[in-house]
Design a protein around this ligand. Structure first.
Ligand SMILES: [Zn+2]
Length: 261
């Protein structure tokens, strides 16, 4: 896929995630990104709005100087701003990359992740801003949740947005990959929101909307005695069934493979 096509797909994914009826973001909330190649990626600029953003609202940024920030000593807010400005491919471009550019750079460097969508859904934050969020989110509830969003999300305790949050995300994602053996599809951040990872923009949208639905269902279970989770055996079975593979392809927006006889 060429750079222009990637940018076009990123714009339309962002506009859809910003649609008011979805209740995922308002005003300047949330940010999105897409990998262009090994060297650079597009990320939403500060002060733009997902619902109305156009191609001009995205900044092309170099991976290397942004990923270096994960390794450096503690940086002041001013230094972070300066380093992000210096990481732009066109340093004269009028807009500045989002303060969350660092976690986007890390997530887009995971094999298989080409698009990232970060939102603050009303439904999901209703749980992540609650006292018992960890307990409520300990289990999986229904088959499509697992097919679409994976065996489990990654959980991130509340962390100051910016470089500190990106470091914490890297730590918990690396732990997840070594424990589960595959990359996560969703990251849930306490008192903050959701990050959906996708090979395609369609996958980011599917994971976001399925977490939106899961959160609404979870909240309703408390009207009827609390959640009844699937067993770990049922979850594992759903994550590996061959017919579920076809549904996973649908979620990612990929063509179905023919059944072998
Ligand atoms: Zn956020």
């Amino acid at each position: 896929m060429g750079k222009e096509e990637i940018l076009q797909q990123l714009v339309s994914m962002s506009n859809r995630l910003g649609e008011e009826w979805r209740e995922l973001v308002i005003l300047g909330e949330g940010n999105t990104s897409a990998r262009i190649c090994d060297q650079t990626f597009f990320v939403k600029a500060s002060g733009t709005n997902l619902r109305t953003i156009t191609a001009e609202g995205f900044v092309e940024v170099k991976f290397e100087p942004v990923l270096e920030m994960l390794e450096s000593r503690e940086l002041s807010d001013g230094e972070i701003k300066e380093r992000l400005a210096a990481a732009k491919v066109n340093r004269n471009y009028k807009l500045a990359p989002s303060v969350e550019t660092v976690f986007h750079a890390y997530l887009l460097s995971i094999p298989g992740v080409n698009f990232v969508g970060h939102t603050h859904p009303v439904s999901v934050n209703g749980i992540l801003c609650s006292k018992n969020w960890r307990e409520a989110l300990q289990g999986r509830l229904f088959p499509d949740e697992i097919v679409c969003c994976g065996i489990a999300p990654v959980f991130v305790p509340y962390t100051d947005p910016g470089v500190a949050l990106a470091r914490k995300i890297r730590e918990v994602v690396q732990e997840y990959i070594s424990r589960i053996g595959e990359r996560p599809k969703a990251i849930l951040m306490q008192n903050h929101g959701l990050i959906a990872l996708g090979t395609t923009p369609k996958e980011v949208e599917s994971v976001t909307m399925m977490w939106n639905k899961t959160a609404k269902i979870l909240a309703r279970t408390y009207h009827f005695g609390g959640p009844s989770y699937l067993t770990p055996e049922q979850v594992n079975r759903l994550a590996t069934r061959p017919d579920e593979e076809q549904r996973k392809r649908l979620i990612e927006g990929l063509p179905l493979t023919l059944e072998e006889n």
